[in-house]
Design a protein around this ligand. Structure first.
Ligand SMILES: [Zn+2]
Length: 67
């Protein structure tokens, strides 16, 4: 499967109308997919998905990235 990468503006628009945003998350999707930000909307610093991308269950956090 060759998913086309979405640009930042597309992902921001999708996040803004997502259920996760309504639930209080930033919700921005990772550029490569597979993760979406679980921090607060408008947060500072890198985006982070606490639930996806952990290398092991003992990792403190999952995927972290900067746009
Ligand atoms: Zn974020």
């Amino acid at each position: 499967m060759t998913a086309k990468r979405k640009d930042l503006a597309t992902r921001q628009a999708e996040a803004a109308r997502s259920g996760a945003r309504a639930a209080g998350y930033c919700a921005l999707e990772h550029p490569n997919g597979g993760a979406s930000c679980t921090r607060s909307p408008g947060h500072g610093g890198p985006h982070r998905d606490f639930y996806n991308g952990r290398q092991s269950v003992t990792d403190a956090s999952g995927t972290e990235w900067v746009e």
